[in-house]
Design a protein around this ligand. Sequence first.
Ligand code: CA
Length: 329
Amino acid sequence: MSRTRLPALVVVAALALPAAAQAAVVPANGNWGLVNRNIIGAATAQVRTGPFTPPYGPGSINFLVPAGTDKMAYGNEVDFVGVPLSSVTTLGFSVFTTGENAAINPTNLPNLGIEIDPTGPATSTGINYTTLVNVSTAAPVNVWSAVNASAGQWYLTGSAGTASGCNQVTYCTLAQVKAFYPNASLLAVQITKGRDYAWNGAVDGVVVNDTIYDLAPSSGPIVLPGTPSTPATSGTTPVGGTGTSGASSGAVRCVSTRSVTLRRLRNARRSTATYVDRNGRRRTVTLSRKGTRISFSGRSVTKGAVTVVHVRDTVGSTSKTRTVRRTLC
Ligand SMILES: [Ca+2]
């Protein structure tokens, strides 16, 4: 039992890694944040130092969900759009829960809520939206622990849950979900809490395949907004920095409007673009040869923000995806 001599934090951090232990830890900058459309009632979240020593960096995201009627959602609605669910093998996150939370219910914990298009972007009819939710199991209290969601049980919300049989009555493995919806692709990755019980605790380290996203990334103690010299309000906080998101690629170009015109590739028989529109909804449009104008989210996109469009080009019988990034200036 030589492992018991290791500092406890080392053990916790190791547990959060996929089995291959080759995961890259990257800061959850840019498009990580509150998923406003999924937040209900009085739930709030806070970037903070601790509690105690988070597994990745000194900070974490503290969820404050005061009642079972409230819901918090924190994640990334942009960078995972179009990623095939079939390519996702490892999913998880780290959590700090309390005895008070467990006293309400032993499995009173946040979940991963992976929003997916179960039939894939190439199929616009049928079911095009559901949330893939991992089923919580009890976690140790007053310490950080890793949730290996990909090894656990899952369900799908709404009609996709009914059609697949993977619902809140009958759970499925991730493999079973992928088998039923082989063309499913991701829309958003988020940690949610609600609507079931009150919960106050913290989350960090979202794992997607070989990447761990360090929530509340910081090299030092986090100063809360409103305090002079707070890095988060200085305007120099990295926004959509390259290399911080698993799905991002390509050069970042600056555009002065909230629209961009994209064209179908010359040799493609079809090109589609998936993006978040001005109403905050994800849309997939077919691009014309002359060019199709795309208007980005008006509420969330501000100066310096990066917006991402995932384009799928179909040439012959094969499809390839490319990522178009624009920084508003
Ligand atoms: Ca962190």
